[in-house]
Design a protein around this ligand. Structure first.
Ligand SMILES: Cc1cc2nc3c(=O)[nH]c(=O)nc-3n(C[C@H](O)[C@H](O)[C@H](O)COP(=O)(O)OP(=O)(O)OC[C@H]3O[C@@H](n4cnc5c(N)ncnc54)[C@H](O)[C@@H]3O)c2cc1C
Length: 290
């Protein structure tokens, strides 16, 4: 059962929004793009606080950090020249696979990462890119690493009346990335996302962040697999081994869409392709491995 909205408020500043949300927090719900706001927790009557007018819709690039305001839409990110500078254009490239363009014009950064449905596209990208999430509630603010933010369902992490205000993503020149998504049909929810973000130093892997999602309940880093890559020169054999380790260690979700066995095999193939994409090894070579 969805929540029932009994009152709809449009604050004009962040402070006004935070004050409204602080007043009987359990009876309020913040509205980002509003796409699935009615699915916000247990059924109850709520007052909706729309964040559209509070100034959280900026994208900035400063000191090698990309900052996305919570009300920036996925389509805004796709069209942003600043976002293009992160990990060889990973964000625009991957976000184009989310939903359809009319829906991407509504979905916000804040709503997407707070609700964090298993099929959500931005959470695995942020977890793979690293960075931080800024949060605020009346009289209080805090910053969490993306690893801390996605360690539990974010809706449970937020204190009553607390908002995500922005996310920060590091921009590094020696980083490449690969993104793979698997669905049953072009418009279906994702079955698997695999993201590889790799930092290079003298033709070797200095650091790697490998993330699987959609086949898991929350996006997860595959830390054992990351260690397989560190210090190596990327080639087919290394990518295959890291992908095998990634799929082996991850706890898979189950539903009517696919068996765990299928998800594990497919996750290994997708991760292998993501690593090879990050390594610049052509897709033809990758497809011979599947
Ligand atoms: C047909 C369809 C296909 C879709 N496919 C995809 C897809 O492939 N990939 C994908 O990523 N998404 C997809 N989505 C969107 C996704 O399912 C969610 O609906 C979307 O991420 C919600 O974002 P929103 O900005 O509309 O948030 P809202 O619906 O406004 O809010 C969602 C929740 O987040 C809270 N919230 C919103 N903003 C903030 C904030 N700044 N701080 C704290 N809490 C906040 C709200 O209170 C609410 O609980 C799809 C949606 C549809 C309808």
């Amino acid at each position: 059962m969805p929540v029932t909205i009994t009152e709809y408020l449009r604050p004009k500043s962040l402070r006004e929004a935070l004050d409204l949300l602080a007043d009987e927090p359990s009876k309020n719900v913040a509205v980002g793009g509003g796409v699935t706001v009615v699915l916000s927790g247990a059924p109850r009557h709520v007052r909706a606080v729309d964040l559209a007018g509070v100034g959280l819709d900026k994208i900035s690039l400063k000191d090698d950090v990309l900052e996305l305001g919570a009300m920036v839409t996925l389509q805004n990110v796709i069209c942003s020249a600043h976002a293009q500078k992160v990990a060889s254009g990973l964000l625009p490239r991957a976000l184009r696979t989310a939903a359809s363009e009319p829906i991407r014009r509504l979905i916000t950064v804040g709503g997407n990462i707070v609700q964090c449905f298993y099929w959500a596209t931005l959470p695995p990208l942020l977890l793979a890119l690293g960075g931080r999430v800024h949060l605020r509630r009346a009289g209080h603010q805090r910053t969490l690493s993306v690893d801390e933010f996605f360690a539990q369902p974010p809706l449970r992490l937020l204190a009553p009346g607390e908002l995500v205000t922005s996310v920060e993503i590091p921009v590094r020149s020696n980083v490449s990335a690969g993104f793979q998504k698997h669905t049953k049909t072009a418009n279906d929810y994702a079955l698997i996302h695999a993201v590889a973000v790799i930092e290079h130093e003298r033709k070797k892997v200095k650091a790697a962040r490998l993330v699987l999602s959609a086949c898991t309940s929350l996006p997860v880093r595959c830390r054992e697999a990351e260690q397989v890559l560190v210090g190596k020169t990327l080639d087919l054999a290394t990518a295959m081994e890291a992908a095998r380790v990634a799929a082996h260690h991850v706890a898979l979700r189950r539903d009517f869409r696919a068996s765990s066995d299928y998800r594990r095999k497919a996750a290994a193939v997708l991760m292998q392709r993501a690593i090879l994409e990050a390594a610049g090894i052509p897709p033809l070579a990758a497809s011979t491995l599947s």
